[in-house]
Design a protein around this ligand. Structure first.
Ligand SMILES: Cc1cc2nc3c(=O)[nH]c(=O)nc-3n(C[C@H](O)[C@H](O)[C@H](O)COP(=O)(O)OP(=O)(O)OC[C@H]3O[C@@H](n4cnc5c(N)ncnc54)[C@H](O)[C@@H]3O)c2cc1C
Length: 382
């Protein structure tokens, strides 16, 4: 039987789209994922292949080189990319979904027609640079400064943990153009141009090895004024709109990772014998599986309900924060249980649950930590 979320929220057209994406993933991504994880990178041509299939431009209007679709198409895309076996690969391929919405929300017509077709086709890679070595959760305290000099900004500062940062061709960058606090923040599209721009480090990580994560430095980098996205000192609000869909996508991805861990556990515990019976012959195993399935189904249905509200034009900020915490905590728990059910094999590199265990740890941190989500939720308590 299809999950409740699928029955309640997806149309036949969404299901056809899922079949198309799954075919792409199974043909072009899954067979290579293990190698790319070992290589700690993947070929740049994958972006072009995704672009040719119309999968990079999901959610972006056709007029700007995208393939249209609603938030459920983006949801399906995130889920199916995760099913490639590497959520890190999905994160890198998906940076368009965090880097380009500000252009769609607040960009000029010229910015949209110049940049979006290049990114949707895979010719360009995009990234979003918010976090700095000294400012992560506290976005309003970023220190990268852009000072107006005629028809350019002169940018100085550093960004860290930037997904797709080492090879991005356009980076939506949070800069300070005004005074302290959120009212002095702007968004600037930076087209990496040495020597003012350089990648100071390619960062090694606990999980997501195939995904590129970079530290970037700007030293007297000249950026044309036309690259300002939205009004000067008006970047914070645009960024907050962006965070809602990023956080929901992280929640949706975490649920899919839990789903995969559950499927692996079900298969494994049905065939693994101990004390003369399969592991599913023990009630404690069956109950663990039951609890996994329950958490997954509840979180998926809640996340899809929020996607449906966003499609209808609502902004469920508090609920998205709740969804991110509930989904990522559930997924961490389910994946931990999956490793336990696999015994020593769960600790081995060749088992998918081992990768899921490393990869899931970023989810309660990235895109706003668990504690920051709780801050958002607690501000609305009566
Ligand atoms: C693999 C990876 C990919 C990433 N990709 C990107 C990217 O593409 N672009 C980008 O801009 N960033 C990216 N990030 C950065 C990520 O969004 C930040 O790491 C995250 O927002 C947390 O910021 P921080 O690391 O500076 O932690 P800090 O803000 O220093 O937080 C440290 C701890 O203090 C807690 N804390 C902070 N403030 C409070 C508070 N008010 N109340 C209670 N507790 C608090 C936090 O919850 C956390 O537990 C990525 C990070 C990783 C690891």
């Amino acid at each position: 039987m299809k999950p409740m979320a699928d029955q309640l929220f997806l149309s036949e057209e969404h299901r056809i789209f899922r079949t198309q994406v799954r075919k792409f993933v199974q043909t072009h991504l899954s067979p290579n994922v293990d190698q790319w994880e070992r290589d700690k990178t993947f070929p740049r041509e994958v972006y072009q292949k995704m672009g040719e299939s119309g999968l990079l431009g999901v959610g972006i209007p056709e007029a700007y080189g995208g393939s249209g679709g609603d938030l459920f198409h983006s949801t399906i895309l995130a889920e199916e990319l995760t099913r490639s076996g590497s959520s890190g690969l999905g994160a890198s391929l998906g940076t368009i979904s965090i880097a380009m919405p500000p252009v769609l929300i607040a960009g000029t017509e010229t910015q949209k027609t110049t940049w979006l077709p290049k990114v949707c086709s895979g010719q360009w890679i995009s990234a979003l640079a918010v976090t700095e070595p000294g400012a992560g959760s506290d976005v309003a305290s970023v220190r990268t400064r852009a000072v107006r000099d005629g028809d350019h900004y002169i940018v100085n500062g550093a960004k860290t943990f930037i997904t797709s940062g080492t090879r991005a061709d356009i980076i939506t960058t949070v800069v300070r153009t005004g005074g302290d606090g959120f009212g002095g923040i702007s968004l600037l599209a930076i087209e990496p141009d040495p020597p003012g721009f350089h990648v100071s480090r390619h960062l090694a990580k606990l999980g997501w090895p195939a995904s590129d994560t970079a530290e970037l430095a700007f030293e007297d980098l000249r950026v044309p004024v036309e690259n300002l996205i939205g009004p000067e000192n008006g970047g914070f609000g645009i960024l907050m709109q962006n965070f809602a869909t990023e956080r929901l996508t992280l929640a949706i991805t975490a649920v899919e990772m839990a789903q995969m861990a559950y499927e692996e556990s079900l298969k494994y515990t049905r065939q693994r014998q101990a004390f003369g019976r399969p592991l599913t012959g023990f009630q404690v195993t069956r109950h663990k599986l039951a609890e996994m399935a329950t958490g997954i189904d509840l979180c998926r249905t809640y996340n899809y309900a929020l996607a449906s509200q966003i499609v209808a034009g609502q902004s469920p900020i508090k609920e998205v924060a709740m969804a991110k915490n509930a989904s990522t905590d559930m997924a961490c728990r389910v994946i931990d249980q999956a490793v336990q059910l696999h015994g020593g094999f769960g600790y081995m590199r060749e088992y998918l649950v081992e990768r899921l265990y490393r990869d899931i740890r970023i989810f309660p941190i990235g895109g706003g930590t668990r504690e920051i989500m709780n801050e958002i939720i607690s501000k609305t308590l009566g």
